[in-house]
Write a protein that binds this ligand. Structure first.
Ligand code: F6P
Length: 752
């Protein structure tokens, strides 16, 4: 196409130049043609009227002669007529006859035939006129001269018309030549490219009606494809290390690598919940690591987020198709809410997901409970979500991001309905070892469901290893530990580590408030001493988070180092969670009781060591606590990643504060400059609290600086981008294979 334009532009310029040169010539030529034409006319008129005119002149009737001459001037171009006698005296003239004209010039010799009819151009009023003086004779005897005056303004009009026609002619020629050029160029380019492609594939192609076969190029084609693939992955890994991952980078991947393909995400928890508060509706962001991570990604990607509509005002907020655009202040993507009955929620969410799979996957010493009725609800709700995903998908090969343990069966169900979809499943919680997983009565069904995915992601390599071992143990599949792929039922699933992260830089209003202001306000608002040292813990109220162990460590610190009594306060923010489950109600009671006991033990005037806040806090409020704190304690007994650890580090742009981090949280694999602790080891945790409270500022800064650099580089856009790039690569390979139709070349065939 570009080639065609390169030709069309010079062609248009050349035609314009020619037109520019030709148009003035047109003027000259048309004038000459018309003057010549007039001269012939005057001769003709003279010859025609000389005899009748002689009769009338001979009669001597002035009226008759003038009437005769006037009748002749009815002609459009003949402006006036005059008659002179042989002595060149003007005897008769029509009304319009110009005074400046007489019979003397130019007088032609009556014998000169060639000269007859010739005249001259004279400027007159509204334009040029043509004057011809021709001798008239009767039976060979001259009896006078006829003066014919022609109006020449019509020549100008005709000349203008002619110029217009010439211009349009050139434009038409230009357009036709350009069109023909473009068509020929496109056809030959396509033919050339098709021929080259065929040659590279080692196939035959037609050239000038002949079939050209070059099978010897087939090995070259293979080499080329391998080379392209290597270059692609090299470019990608090189790019990745150089890229500053941001929402824009992610959009770039969607635009360039995925060509704007459709993205659907499915999770149980929705990113915005509508709740009724008396007569107004409040929008809340739930406390969920999954939402924290996925929300900025969806803002960047747009698309549709399918989730359970769990708010009591959710139905009032959606349109007729159960859609709502979010975020409320700057809509960027849409939520499709799925409604569950109380029984479905009880069986699928509280029952199988959170009394079965949650304790099964977390080694927190809480027994999982598996009920057949919960399993049936889990199957049914997965099916319900599958229906919604299929209904929402516009393309036959969308990219579907399935989130978490609530939807282990969904990938297989979607695969059956949308065989060309790229299904990326991310398991946000740990994957236990094969033996622990084996106690689930529906282990094979769960594995079969997950193996419907194109890509299955975990936070750590350890959990990927556990998954492969589990598959090895319980289903008929071939696991490849070099490529980390599983072949099952003739299809492949890639199992990869994608450590989840957070938005960078943090988009929170709290970041605009200086750390000093956050410190002072938080202490003042909570009634703490202005110089109190502050520790924070931020969690859902969940038994896997190690909240009891954290409190016990604080108690032990005060036991071992009484100098902190009255000086160190630990604020625990705990978002109520899954309260319908007995285990969570018991846990709530135990947390409250332990905080009460410790506070009673160490309370002194206006001082309690533990400040327990069991209520929902909006993200901005949580960030203010992070900025106000001297330390943050993440003591999960087992955690896929734990984004609180990353949020605390991201909030500290002053590079102050110390992070205490459980060795059983996935985050401890990345944030190695934190004080890594075993939450079951009370003395170690108490000692770490003491180290944190006495850590020199320079050391705090060095540790924080390093961790901040890591989160900046490995932020949530990189997490999502890495998965989407892998998906894009799979799709590209699938298309390549489909095009080449060469199974032999499929060295690592992956389903996309
Ligand atoms: O960190 C992610 C996560 O733990 C999910 O696994 C879980 O779904 C979510 O946070 C919070 O739990 P819920 O959705 O039950 O409130």
């Amino acid at each position: 196409m570009r080639l065609s334009f390169r030709f069309i532009v010079p062609l248009a310029l050349a035609l314009a130049a020619i037109a520019y040169a030709v148009v003035p010539l047109v003027d000259q030529f048309t004038l000459k043609w018309f003057v010549r034409d007039l001269e012939i006319r005057t001769s003709l008129i003279t010859n025609t009227i000389q005899e009748p005119l002689q009769a009338l002149v001979g009669e001597g009737s002035r009226v008759k002669v003038l009437r005769f001459l006037n009748r002749i001037t009815q002609d459009e171009r003949l402006f006036a007529l005059g008659f002179c006698d042989v002595n060149r005296k003007l005897l008769y003239k029509t009304l319009a006859f110009p005074n400046t004209i007489n019979c003397s010039d130019p007088i032609r010799d009556p014998g000169d035939d060639k000269a007859a009819g010739r005249g001259r151009l004279v400027e007159f009023g509204r334009g040029p006129i043509h004057v011809a003086v021709n001798p008239v004779e009767a039976e060979g005897t001259p009896y006078g001269y006829l003066v014919m005056v022609h109006d020449m303004s019509f020549v100008e009009r005709r000349s203008e018309d002619t110029k217009k026609y010439v211009f349009y002619l050139f434009v038409a020629i230009g357009a036709i030549v350009s069109l023909i050029t473009v068509v020929i160029a496109e056809l030959s380019w396509r033919g050339w490219v098709a021929g080259l492609k065929s040659l590279i594939r080692g196939e035959s192609f037609r050239h000038s009606g002949n079939e050209v076969r070059m099978p010897e190029l087939r090995p070259v084609a293979r080499d080329l494809q391998v080379l392209i693939r290597d270059l692609e992955s090299e470019r990608r890994s090189r790019d990745e290390s150089q890229v500053n991952w941001s929402a824009e980078t992610l959009r770039g991947i969607l635009r360039d690598d995925l060509k704007g393909e459709e993205i659907l995400i499915v999770s149980n928890r929705e990113p915005y919940i509508h709740l009724r508060h008396n007569d107004r509706i409040e929008v809340r962001r739930p406390a969920s690591g999954l939402v924290t991570a996925m929300e900025p990604v969806m803002r960047a990607c747009s698309g549709t987020w399918i989730a359970h509509g769990s708010g009591d005002a959710d139905r009032e907020a959606v349109d007729a198709q159960d859609h709502i655009m979010v975020p409320p202040d700057k809509p960027a993507y849409r939520i499709r809410r799925v409604w569950l009955t109380e029984a479905e929620e009880a069986g699928y969410y509280y029952g199988f997901s959170n009394e079965g799979l949650w304790p099964l996957c977390h080694i927190a010493h809480t027994r999982p409970t598996f009920r057949s009725s919960d399993w049936s609800a889990y199957v049914e709700v997965n099916r319900k979500f599958a229906e919604v995903v299929v209904a929402e998908a516009k393309a036959e090969d969308p990219i579907i991001l399935v989130q978490d343990y609530h939807f282990a069966l969904l990938p297989r169900m979607l695969r059956a309905r949308l065989p060309n979809a790229t299904i990326i499943t991310f398991w946000h919680i740990p994957w236990p070892n094969a033996e622990a997983f084996g106690i689930c009565p529906w282990r094979e069904e769960l594995l079969d469901g997950l193996l419907g995915s194109s890509i299955l992601g975990f936070h750590t390599q350890f959990h990927c290893n556990n998954f492969l071992e589990t598959v090895d143990r319980y289903v008929e599949a071939r696991t490849d530990r070099e490529t980390f792929t599983i072949s099952y039922g003739g299809e492949q699933t890639a199992v990869h580590r994608y450590p989840i992260s957070i938005d960078w830089p943090l988009a929170s209003k709290a970041m605009e408030k200086p750390v000093e202001a956050c410190r002072a306000e938080t202490r003042r608002n909570n009634g703490f001493a202005p110089d109190a040292l502050l520790g924070v813990g931020v969690d859902r109220l969940d038994y896997t988070k190690g909240i009891l162990e954290r409190f016990i460590a604080v108690e032990r610190l005060l036991e071992l180092e009484p100098r902190w009594i009255g000086k160190f306060v630990f604020v625990q923010i705990a978002a109520p969670s899954r309260f319908s489950i007995d285990e969570y109600q018991n846990f709530d009671a135990r947390v409250r009781a332990l905080a009460r006991r410790i506070n009673e033990r160490y309370a002194c005037k206006d001082y309690e060591p533990i400040c327990l806040k069991i209520e929902h806090h909006e993200a901005d409020a949580v960030y203010e606590y992070y900025r106000a704190a001297d330390l943050c304690f993440v003591s999960s007994l087992h955690d896929g990643m734990n984004l609180v650890a990353k949020e605390f580090v991201a909030a500290r742009d002053d590079e102050r504060g110390v992070l205490l981090l459980s060795q059983f949280a996935g985050a401890s694999r990345e944030l190695t400059e934190a004080l890594i602790v075993n939450p079951y080891n009370v003395d170690q945790c108490a000692a770490a609290l003491h180290v944190a409270l006495t850590m020199p500022q320079a050391e705090q800064r060095a540790r924080m600086h390093s961790m901040r650099g890591l989160i900046q580089e490995f932020n949530v856009y990189r997490w999502a981008g890495r998965m989407l790039l892998d998906a894009a690569q799979m799709r590209m390979r699938r298309r390549l294979h489909a095009r080449s139709g060469d199974d032999g070349m499929r060295t690592d065939a992956s389903r996309a």
